[in-house]
Each structure stands twice: as C-alpha cells, then as structure tokens.
Design a protein around this ligand. Structure first.
Ligand SMILES: *Cc1c(COP(=O)(O)O)cnc(C)c1O
Length: 380
C-alpha cells in the first residue's frame, strides 16, 4: 500500500528516528525530576503532601472550576464521580459504545448498567441526536428522576467521553439532560488542554474526570482528577476518595463506605512538573496536527481535525481510511515497519461483558470503528 509506505517515511522523517516509533510517549522537560526528588528528601512520598494540594490547585485553575480532587487513576475517578452524581446499584447510565473500556467499567463498578448510544460523526463522542431520540422513546420523568419506562430502571447519569481530545457537542448534550433531569459526568480523561467555546472540557457537567496515565498528554505515572463547580460535591469527592474519614484530632471515624483512591504525593510531584509544560505540549501537538493534515491531504487520506467551536489538545491523532480493508493494510504495513498505529476501540457491546446491554442503531460508531486509525502523536 503506497499510502502506508509514504506515511512511514513521513513519520520517520518527522521524528528523525530509524528505530521503533510508539503511538505516544511521555516527555519530561521541566521540573519533574526536581519535584519528585523533593518528595523523597522530605519523606512525604505517600498519601499526604504539599504536591497533592498544589496539583489540585493547578487543576482547578487550568480547568477553571471551583474544586479539583486528585485520585489514584482516571477509572477510579469516574467511578466515584458517578456515585456522587447519584448513580446506585440497578440504575442505568447513558454513554457511548465507541470509547475506551474504562468508561463502561466505571459504570459497572457502581452496579449500574451502561446504555450505549451512537456517537456524532464529527466529534466521535456521544451524539446529542441519539440522546434525544433515546429519551423521547424510553424516558419518563418521575418525582425522583428520569426512568426508562421499558426497563423500569432509573437513568441516573449521562457520561459522554471526549474522544482523543476532541470535545463532544457538550452545549447540546447538557440542555437535553437538564430537560430530562439527568446529571452529566464528563469522561474528560483524554482531553486535558481541550476547550469548547472557550471553556475547558470537564467543566460543563456536574463533575468531570481526567486521567494522568503514562500515555495521556501529561502524566503522573498513574493518576486522575475529579473536577466540579459544586463545592459541596468537591468536598464529598475528597472525603469519599480518602476512606470517608471524619476529621478528628486522633480518632478513626469513618461514617460511610469510602475508598482509598488517593494519589500519592510522589505522583503528584511528577504531574505538577508536567502541568507546567501543558500549554507548550498542546501548542506542539497542534503544530504536528497541521503538518499531518497537509501531508495526508496530499495522499488523499482524511486526517481527522478538531470539530467546530473547539480547540483540541490533539492528544491522539488519527486518520479515517476508505474502508475496513484499507484500514487492515495500513495497520499491517505501518506496524510491520516499526511505526506504531492502532485501530480505534472495538465497540463496547462487542465485548463479552457488555454484549447484553442496550444499544441503539450505532450507524456512526460502526462506520468509525471500521476506518479510524491512530498514528504516532508524541511531540518531538
Ligand atoms: C485513559 C482513559 C480512562 C482511564 O484512565 P486511567 O487513569 O488509565 O484509569 C478513562 N476513560 C478514557 C476514555 C480513557 O482514555
């Protein structure tokens, strides 16, 4: 496949590397080492320490929310955010089938069932049209919330995900959810540095969650953050993720089933260093996206660009191939030649543990599943 050969040359040339080129690798260009060493010197490497507080302040400021809470990873963050939104065992949570498995898992950890709706073609995130149709057909507003009148279960949250850093059309999703009395939790794990109409992703819903796993735009080694504009919910997030302990000078009083989902200070130190470079990383990624766009345009392959009204962090960049056969050829050639590429995720209802969940027609999700391929997206 000529296009795949040209792509491999272009990417090798861009990175100036003849060895293996991964999809995404972390970069440590600033104070990371210094901050991590500070935690060791101070002995505060674990669950208490100044960098955890500093990280929470930095996150609140970057996303312009009232409160950010550091957690052990993004998945745990989504799990707790859903619980704080009111999700209980036996409920239903609306999300998209085209996502990373953690989105659906976090719903299941609360004993709730995911409802998989189609995505918007342009954003590759939850479709507000599919959402509206689903609620018009199945939704029923009662005194204590929105219910699925067919299954009889409460629909207690909506969890859209900002795919690869491209913001979903959140200003269309929120009013629909408000009308139906359903709280919104944003899976913003991939979208740190992305904004929609000037507002940071994660800051629109009742809660938003970010991930700082090693493959994300910036990393804490492993970690996450819950953000919210509701101070009470923010306090509750801190309390639930730190074993639900009532503050007392010496007694251990835990008045609810909490979690040990704290982010260690060692990891917070690393990510504090990383966050200082975030805007530089986003700028560099956007420049790479521009280069890719021009290059793929010349090849006749569609490079996926940020949706209207949004500024994307271009965390993982991707191309849309003509059909599944082209996708296979492209994946095979690039990977055999040491340039890592990956297909977009399998749709969630194709995984064994989610095969019986409700899903709608999935027209866009299935189209994208057959065609989207991620390409190396690290900055130089
Ligand atoms: C990375 C990711 C998560 C989970 O984050 P972890 O920190 O790895 O637990 C959740 N949702 C999406 C969409 C992700 O990409």
């Amino acid at each position: 496949m000529k296009e795949a050969e040209d792509t491999v040359s272009f990417i090798r040339d861009y990175y100036q590397r003849s060895n293996f080129i991964p999809l995404h690798e972390p970069k440590f260009l600033g104070n990371e080492k210094k901050y991590v060493c500070n935690t060791i010197d101070s002995t505060f490497v674990s669950s208490v320490g100044a960098y955890v507080d500093k990280f929470e302040d930095m996150m609140a400021s970057i996303t312009a929310v009232k409160k950010a809470v550091a957690v052990v990873n993004g998945t745990a963050g989504i799990q707790v955010a859903l619980r704080l939104a009111g999700v209980k065992e036996g409920d239903e949570v609306i999300t998209q089938a085209l996502t990373f498995v953690a989105t659906a898992n976090a719903i299941k950890y609360n004993g709730a069932e995911p409802v998989f709706l189609d995505v918007d073609y342009e954003t590759m995130g939850l479709s507000h049209i599919a959402l509206k149709h689903f609620l018009e057909e199945y939704g029923e507003i009662r005194d204590d919330g929105c219910f699925n009148k067919i299954s009889g279960k409460k629909i207690s949250a909506c969890l859209p995900m900002h795919t690869f850093g491209f913001p979903v059309k959140i200003d269309k999703i929120i009013p629909i959810c408000e009308e139906w009395n359903i709280p919104v939790v944003e899976d913003a794990a991939e979208s740190l540095g992305s904004s929609y109409k000037g507002k940071h992703t994660g800051a629109f819903g009742k809660l938003g969650v970010f991930s700082f796993n090693g493959n994300k735009i910036v990393t804490s080694g492993g970690g996450g953050a819950i953000v919210t504009n509701d101070e009470l919910v923010g306090k509750k997030a801190k309390y639930l993720t730190t074993t639900a302990k009532i503050s007392h000078p010496y007694e251990y009083i835990h008045d609810e089933l909490g979690y040990n989902f704290r982010m260690p200070n060692l990891n917070a130190a690393l990510v504090c260093g990383q966050l200082e470079s975030l805007s530089e990383f986003v700028d560099k990624k956007r420049k790479l996206a521009n280069k890719y766009d021009q290059f793929f345009d010349g090849l006749g392959i569609k490079f996926r660009k940020e949706p209207e009204h949004s500024r994307s962090n271009y965390w993982l960049m991707c191309v849309e191939l003509q059909n599944k056969r082209d996708r296979e050829e492209f994946l095979k050639y690039t990977n055999q030649n040491g340039v890592m590429t990956r297909p977009i995720w399998k749709l969630m209802y194709k995984l064994d543990m989610y095969k019986d969940c409700f899903r709608d027609n999935q027209k866009n999700a299935e189209f994208l599943e057959d065609r989207i391929v991620n390409i190396p997206s690290s900055i130089r």
